[in-house]
Design a protein around this ligand. Structure first.
Ligand SMILES: Cc1ncc(COP(=O)(O)O)c(C=O)c1O
Length: 383
């Protein structure tokens, strides 16, 4: 049966019907009082979701747009930027910084590993002249499914004095992320992930320390300019024409998140990710991230067993069950597959996905005890 697709890629993610119905309404004027009232609610609720007292800016752009909005308002040519990279998206920070003429240094790890806080502490201690101005990091690295200890890393960066810039594209909503409490100076995210709306919007929150660096930026970007966004956000407006329908959908989705409670939403993601990880192991598949405590709660990466290819696993899941899972990216293409459990995902979806994965692996000739994955997932979800 077709037209029953379950998107288990790490974005775009499933969108609730009530949100889709809001988005389907006729567009309204972006300077109308009606839209301004929607913005007021959106900006207020974003502070709740981002657990911050600072303004949250909304850009009509994908997550990469917000990454550019972060660095292009902070970097001057020749600035030293340290990029902590767990994979593809950690490397993207480095590319953006280089595009602004920064002197970039990277600390990289093997796929599935996370940054050792002591390695960062040692590197920053060596920087006695305090040349490193910005440290970028990724909370949940979508290309591998590993998650950094953001709280610890940001406190080490704060001790040194640099500005921490964090990619929370697949962590905000899914994992505990508290910029004010943890001392994250700039945090960004994207709409098509935990926010339960389609692609097209992205978010940025910056604190006072980051604003001081912004004030020294000689050529802040025009479209992403923080000052323009702060002025508009405080006036319940936007500097340019926003994707109005997505804002209307976001308004509805944020109300749903608030009703659920952000802590409950985080906990649901943790339960789902852990249940899936343990079920995957129960059917003799190998996880890319070995240790539960280093695992993202939004994306689980899995190695195919010897003799079974990633394209075969993905196409069987798609053709037989209408479940879409992601391939690996770049050097991990066809080496791993990735299952997203991000946003509008329920216990039923996880049980279905594990059942479908078992049926797929059985069909492709993998050896395991049929039913063990489903048993594991049910037991874990009942805990
Ligand atoms: C961790 C992370 N950062 C950044 C991005 C880039 O976002 P976008 O593709 O929306 O530009 C993604 C997209 O998947 C991501 O997962």
């Amino acid at each position: 049966m077709k037209d029953k697709t379950f998107l288990m890629i790490p974005g775009p993610t499933p969108v609730p019907e009530s949100v889709m119905l809001e988005i389907a309404k006729h567009p309204i004027g972006h300077r109308s009082t009606e839209f301004s009232a929607i913005l007021e609610n959106v900006y207020k609720n974003l502070k709740y979701v981002f657990r911050t007292e600072n303004d949250v800016f909304v850009y009509t752009a994908s997550g990469t747009g917000a990454m550019c909005a972060a660095l292009e308002n902070l970097i001057n040519e020749g600035d030293n930027v340290l990029c902590l990279s767990l994979g593809n998206f950690g490397n993207r920070w480095a590319k953006i910084a280089e595009s602004r003429g920064a002197v970039v240094e990277k600390i990289e790890v093997e796929s599935g590993q996370v940054i050792d806080p002591e390695v960062l502490r040692k590197r920053l201690a060596e920087d006695t002249e305090k040349k490193i101005k910005i440290v970028t990091l990724t909370h949940s690295e979508t290309s591998t499914g590993a998650a950094n200890y953001v709280k610890t890393l940001c406190s080490i960066i704060r001790e040194h004095g640099a500005i921490s810039v964090v990619d929370g594209v697949t962590s905000v909503c899914a994992m505990e992320c508290k910029p004010d409490e943890w001392g994250i100076d700039v945090l960004i995210s994207g709409s098509q992930k935990g926010f339960m709306i389609p692609p097209g919007l992205s978010f940025l929150v910056a604190n006072e320390r980051a604003w001081k660096v912004y004030e020294q930026c000689k050529h802040p970007s025009f479209y992403w300019d923080w000052a323009a966004y702060r002025k508009s956000t405080r006036a319940n407006s936007t500097p340019f024409t926003p994707a109005v329908n997505l804002f209307v959908g976001l308004n509805k989705a944020l109300e749903m998140i608030k009703e659920d409670g952000i802590e409950n939403m985080n906990e649901r993601h943790r339960r789902h990710a852990m249940a899936l990880r343990h079920a995957v192991k129960a059917i003799n598949l190998e996880l890319v991230v070995k240790d539960d405590k280093n695992a993202s709660h939004s994306i689980t990466s899995i190695y195919p067993p010897e003799g079974i290819s990633v394209p075969d696993i993905r196409s069987t899941l798609k053709n037989d069950f209408d479940i879409v899972v992601a391939n690996g990216q770049n050097k991990l293409k066809d080496k791993i597959f990735r299952m997203g459990t991000l946003g509008f995902v329920s216990d039923r979806d996880i049980i279905t996905a594990v059942g479908a994965l078992e049926a797929t692996m059985k069909k492709l000739g993998h050896k395991f005890e049929v039913g063990k994955g489903v048993k594991t997932v049910i037991e874990e979800l009942n805990q």
